[in-house]
Write a protein that binds this ligand. Structure first.
Ligand SMILES: Nc1ncnc2c1ncn2[C@@H]1O[C@H](COP(=O)(O)OP(=O)(O)OP(=O)(O)O)[C@@H](O)[C@H]1O
Length: 301
């Protein structure tokens, strides 16, 4: 399948008041056509920098960018018609009513049926008659979502789309993303919260300090997590019996108590434990959020 987004050795350096800041360093990334791609990283990681580069709102210091097979700079006009973009700092004229603003933006995209705008606004429970400046942050975000989705673009590029949305609206947003994928669209969305993209993303990339830390499927990331196991036996056991079992590390045996870490399947350990009388068992899983935090802080293996 062809790539919707292809970044090669992408570097962006900001220079302000003679201070050089590295926004992105040698980023290689491919987003396939038809996938939902979660782009994750802590504050200042370079997510918005990447997205602004995709839209040609800023220019790279070096490296290559292809979006829908085109050059964001040379083919900007053609590309913008095929993309739905929600900026992290989505701002529009606050004096306008939400409906007027969306009709205007629809016109700029070559015309969007009023019915389509109403349908999306109803789903998100957005009052089209309200003036934008009177709307809460979450409701303003809904205006941003409607304008990104309304022309049914091939590629949705969404910078922190769930910011300010309550859980019910987040669910509606997730449904809209899932439907867009079912219709063959590609979605590239940034977030700094794993749980927000976990449910909808096919693959995720984690960036930190402008560099790609890892790219994987959500299931693949989950498989990298591990268990901490503690077992109490009726009688003392020998460490040698458990050392070297597949996936078992950090093993300590203190009389009748065994503690260890298990990566991957716990099957071999469970079978070894089962040869003895067990009086207590505790297994704590590292969830995806913890694994993600380890990547954020650079402590992941
Ligand atoms: N216009 C700018 N001038 C100077 N430095 C900038 C500029 N924009 C971004 N940076 C720097 O580039 C780095 C990446 O910033 P970026 O906004 O892309 O991160 P982010 O992952 O989107 O963060 P957040 O989640 O806080 O929005 C940061 O160190 C930031 O200070």
């Amino acid at each position: 399948m062809s790539a919707a987004i292809e970044l090669t050795e992408l570097t962006k350096t900001y220079v302000s008041r003679r201070v050089v800041r590295r926004g992105l360093s040698g980023l290689d990334l491919t987003v396939r056509t038809g996938e939902v791609f979660g782009y994750l990283g802590p504050n200042g990681a370079g997510k918005s920098t990447t997205i602004r580069l995709l839209l040609d709102l800023i220019r790279p210091t070096s490296g290559g960018i292809r979006v829908l097979g085109l050059d964001p700079r040379a083919d900007a006009e053609r590309l913008h018609r095929r993309i739905g973009y929600l900026a992290g700092d989505f701002v529009v004229d606050g004096r306008q009513r939400a409906g007027e603003c969306l009709a205007f933006l629809g016109g700029l995209r070559g015309g969007v049926p009023a019915r389509r705008i109403t349908e999306l606004a109803d789903r998100l429970e957005l009052d089209l008659g309200a003036r934008i400046k009177s709307l809460s942050k979450g409701n303003r975000q809904k205006v941003g979502l409607v304008q990104a989705f309304m022309h049914d673009p091939e590629l949705l590029i969404l910078d922190e789309p769930t910011s300010g949305l309550d859980p019910l609206v987040q669910q509606t947003f997730s449904d809209m993303v899932t439907e867009a994928r079912a219709a063959g669209r590609t979605v590239f969305m940034s977030s700094h919260i794993m749980s927000e993209v976990e449910a909808v993303a096919d693959r995720v990339a984690i960036i930190r300090e402008g560099r790609l830390v890892t790219t994987d499927t959500v299931a693949g990331l989950r498989a990298r997590s591990f268990l901490r196991v503690r077992v109490d036996f009726a009688v003392p056991v020998a460490a040698a019996e458990f050392a070297g079992l597949p996936g078992v590390t950090d093993l300590t045996v203190d009389g009748t108590t065994l503690a260890c870490r298990v990566d991957g399947s716990p099957d071999a350990l469970v079978k070894a434990i089962g040869r003895h009388t067990v009086t207590g068992l505790r297994a704590d899983g590292q969830d995806l959020e913890e694994l993600f935090h380890a990547y954020y802080t650079g402590r992941a293996a």
